[in-house]
Design a protein around this ligand. Structure first.
Ligand code: F6P
Length: 324
């Protein structure tokens, strides 16, 4: 028989479409076992300040399809300090909370691990558009962000073709090139520039020139925000080393984080949210719920936080072949 009576849930770091669906799944799974849930307002900063509100089944009605997070989120670097971690645990214990679920990405799950190591039961839910947690195949929000990015790149391709231009599109992903790589393959881009494989700008310019010479009507480059050289370097280089195409740069930015989650992300969030509740209830802490070989998996946080590279040699090779 579990000693859990009340748990808390926090959404932390960059929001991701599907976070609300995960909150809803957690709350309703807990309600089915007569366990109370407190929602933490505004991420780890609200946790340290003890800003809690009760969440019952009705409180999470109508949020499944909503982007963002109804709980609010913040960047809160101070949580790296032991003092802030202890303040957070004191707030949780003071509110009678027996366990915490952290819905977030890499930075947030470092907080989950810190709570677990301090002896407070804590479980993570892998949720970030960056897909930069190791072991899990994907995280909540990636599919929606990719669909958004690819939708915009398709539009950019239309106008690029009309004007015979080179369009460079910067996508998010922090230090990971995963979003850029998949968006490039799925939009039929001529090139992906990712941190995992730096390019030589002259080699790129040569290919752009050759494509123009072959009569191509557009040249699309999808560039990860973490790539070096990056989008601004390339647009400058093409500006001073003419290739035939006029170059334009579009930075997609935060539009990739908004919007209603796709069916894939909704389902993933429902499964992850319920999975996190059951792990916590069973006393399995220090893990993050992710997806391994298509199945829900409880991944030790140390493993999920290890360096990861999801841009595989196969993806790079496929992108190169299909761009010809
Ligand atoms: O981690 C998600 C993410 O959107 C990254 O892709 C991006 O680098 C970062 O957050 C942007 O952070 P902020 O919203 O704080 O500007």
């Amino acid at each position: 028989m579990s000693a859990m009576r009340r748990i808390a849930v926090v959404t932390s770091g960059g929001d991701a479409p599907g976070m609300n669906a995960a909150v809803r799944a957690l709350v309703r799974s807990a309600a089915a076992e007569q366990i109370e849930v407190l929602g933490v307002r505004d991420g780890f900063s609200g946790l340290v300040a003890g800003r809690f509100e009760p969440l019952d089944s009705r409180a999470v009605a109508g949020i499944l399809a909503r982007g963002g997070t109804i709980l609010g989120s913040t960047r809160f670097p101070r949580l790296h300090d032991r003092a802030a971690q202890e303040e957070a645990i004191a707030q949780l214990s003071g509110a009678g909370v027996d366990g915490l679920v952290v819905i977030g990405g890499n930075g947030s799950q470092q907080g989950t691990l810190a709570f677990h190591r301090l002896g407070f039961p804590a479980v993570g839910v892998a949720s970030t558009i960056d897909n930069d947690l190791a072991v899990t195949e994907t995280t909540i929000g990636v599919d929606t962000a990719l669909n958004t990015a690819v939708g915009y790149i398709d539009r950019l391709k239309d106008t690029a073709t009309s004007h015979q231009r080179a369009f460079l599109t910067e996508v998010m992903g922090r230090n990971s090139g995963y979003l850029a790589m998949v968006a490039a393959i799925a939009s039929g881009a001529e090139l992906a520039m990712v941190p995992e494989r730096p390019v030589d700008l002259e080699v790129v310019a040569e290919d752009v020139r050759a494509s123009y010479g072959r009569g191509k009507r557009h040249y699309i480059v999808v560039i990860a925000e973490g790539a070096h050289p990056g989008a601004h370097d390339l647009v400058e280089y093409l500006g001073s080393h003419p290739s035939g195409f006029e170059a334009r740069l579009t930075v997609l930015g935060h539009v990739q984080r908004g919007g209603s989650p796709t069916v894939f992300d909704r389902l993933l969030a429902c499964r992850f949210g319920a999975g996190a509740f059951h792990a916590l209830l069973a006393g399995r802490t220090g893990i993050v719920v992710g997806l391994v070989e298509g199945r829900i998996a409880e991944i030790p946080l140390e493993d999920a936080l290890a360096p990861c590279n999801k841009v595989t040699p196969e993806m790079l090779a496929l992108a190169d072949v299909l761009a010809r």
